[in-house]
Structures are given as structure tokens and as C-alpha cells.
Design a protein around this ligand. Sequence first.
Ligand code: HEC
Ligand code: HEC
Ligand code: HEC
Ligand code: HEC
Length: 141
Amino acid sequence: MHMGTTNNSDRIHGLGWIPAAMMVLMLAVLALPGMAMAQEDMTMIRSDAFEHHQRPAVRFVHDMHNEMAEIDDCSVCHHVYEDGKLLEGETSEDEPCSSCHPAQPESGELGLMRAFHKRCITCHDETGKGPLTCGGCHVKN
Ligand code: HEC
Ligand code: HEC
Ligand code: HEC
Ligand code: HEC
């Protein structure tokens, strides 16, 4: 009886090792895109949602930009709306702009390019700081 129990638990332990190893592997794989999502590493805006890019990628050193521009509120850019109303204090930084602003907008929708331009250029214009020319944002390497 005693031997049987020991063998049994050994077998269970032995089998349990394989799913545990797979879990570790899966977690490691899942962690990779998560790490790429850190905004402190972001230096460029290049949305995959545009099928054909007509312009070079846009310079945007995320954290440095927001520090220099003294923007503390993430929802200035990562906003949330409900029934057409802006929700104060809610943020959507876990979602790319393209998840709500389509690259190919239907009429009446705010398309992705206009959403970017409206957000970025309006503030530069109003504050008199930051680039306003195409090449100032879409920088050639
Ligand atoms: C001036 C505008 C602006 C502000 C302010 C801002 N962000 Fe962002 N952030 C962006 C843009 C643009 C992207 C790229 C979105 C896309 O890919 O569609 C982005 C992407 C991100 C991402 C994803 C990073 C990646 O590599 O995909 C995270 C996370 C993020 N921001 C967090 C924050 C947090 C937290 C704050 C406030 C502390 C903040 N952001 C403030 C503009 C801003
Ligand atoms: C969770 C959905 C969602 C995300 C993510 C989102 N938006 Fe919006 N945005 C909306 C909605 C809804 C409106 C209001 C209706 C409309 O005009 O499309 C709006 C309006 C806007 C407007 C016009 C009003 C204003 O504030 O000037 C701009 C510009 C804009 N978004 C830019 C952006 C940018 C840039 C990003 C990414 C950093 C972004 N949005 C991410 C849903 C979203
Ligand atoms: C709420 C205001 C505001 C918004 C929104 C904003 N900016 Fe700016 N931006 C500034 C200010 C202010 C500066 C000047 C900072 C300084 O040099 O002191 C600046 C500077 C810059 C610069 C030059 C400095 C550098 O980092 O090379 C670039 C490029 C830039 N912005 C790109 C963008 C892009 C792209 C967006 C949209 C995703 C954006 N900005 C949205 C306020 C804003
Ligand atoms: C303040 C910064 C800023 C300025 C100034 C600006 N853009 Fe953009 N533009 C952006 C951002 C951010 C995107 C999103 C980039 C991406 O995802 O590749 C964008 C996207 C685009 C796109 C769609 C993506 C592509 O590559 O085809 C076009 C076209 C474009 N801009 C053209 C222009 C033109 C033309 C001008 C000058 C009249 C201009 N932009 C000025 C920030 C800017």
C-alpha cells in the first residue's frame, strides 16, 4: 500500500513536470510582446494599420516628449469616450489609436491619419512649440 502511494505520487509528479515546463515557455513567449509595449522604449510612431505608408515614420520619443511638453495626463492622447462624451480620468493607453480610428474611415468617421494630425498638430499650433511641417514630424533617416 505504502509503495503504491509513493509510486503513484511519483508518477503524478513526473507528468506534472511537462505542463509546468510548457507553462513557463508560454509565459516567456507571452512576455515578449508585453515588453515591446513599454512606452518608455517608444521613439517612433508607425501604425501597422496603414496599408501603404506614404511618409516616413514619425519621430515621437514618447516619455521624453511628454516630459518636455509637460503633459502629465495620459488621457490627453489616450482618451475614452462613452456615448459621444469624453470620460474624464479614463485612459486607453492599452489600445492603439487604430482600434477606434480606422485607417480607411467611412464617411463621418474620424480616420486614423486625421486623428493623429488633429491631436499632434493642434497642440503644436496652439502652444507655438513642436514641429508643424511635414518633415518636422515625418523625418527621413
Ligand atoms: C502626446 C500624446 C501622448 C501622451 C500624453 C501619452 N501618450 Fe502614450 N502613446 C501615444 C501614441 C501616439 C502612441 C502610439 C499609439 C499607436 O500605436 O496607435 C502611444 C503608445 C503608448 C503605449 C503603447 C506603447 C507601444 O510601444 O506600443 C503605452 C503603454 C502608452 N502610450 C502609455 C502612456 C501613458 C501611461 C501615458 C501617461 C503617463 C501616455 N502614454 C501619454 C501618445 C501619447
Ligand atoms: C477606445 C477608443 C479610442 C481610442 C483608443 C482613441 N480614440 Fe480618439 N476618439 C474616440 C472617439 C469615440 C472619439 C469621438 C468621436 C469621433 O470623433 O470619432 C475620438 C475623438 C478623437 C479626436 C477628435 C476630438 C479631439 O479630442 O480633438 C482626436 C483628435 C482623436 N480622437 C485622436 C486619437 C489619437 C491620436 C489616439 C491614440 C493616441 C486616439 N484618438 C485613441 C475613440 C478613441
Ligand atoms: C498637448 C500638447 C502636445 C501634443 C498633444 C503633442 N505635442 Fe509634440 N510637442 C509639444 C510641445 C510643447 C513641444 C516642445 C517641447 C520642448 O521642446 O520644450 C513638442 C515637441 C515635439 C517634437 C520636437 C521634439 C522632439 O521630441 O523631437 C516632436 C517631434 C513632436 N512634438 C511630435 C509630436 C507628435 C508626433 C504628437 C502626436 C502623437 C505630439 N507631438 C503631440 C506639445 C504637444
Ligand atoms: C506634428 C506631427 C505631424 C505633422 C506636422 C505631420 N504629420 Fe503626418 N502623421 C503624423 C503621425 C503621428 C502619423 C501616424 C504615422 C504612422 O503611423 O506612420 C501621421 C500619418 C500621416 C500619413 C498616413 C501614414 C502614411 O505614411 O501614409 C500621411 C500620408 C501623412 N501623415 C502626411 C503628412 C503630410 C503631407 C504632412 C504635412 C502637410 C504631415 N503629415 C504633417 C504626424 C504628423
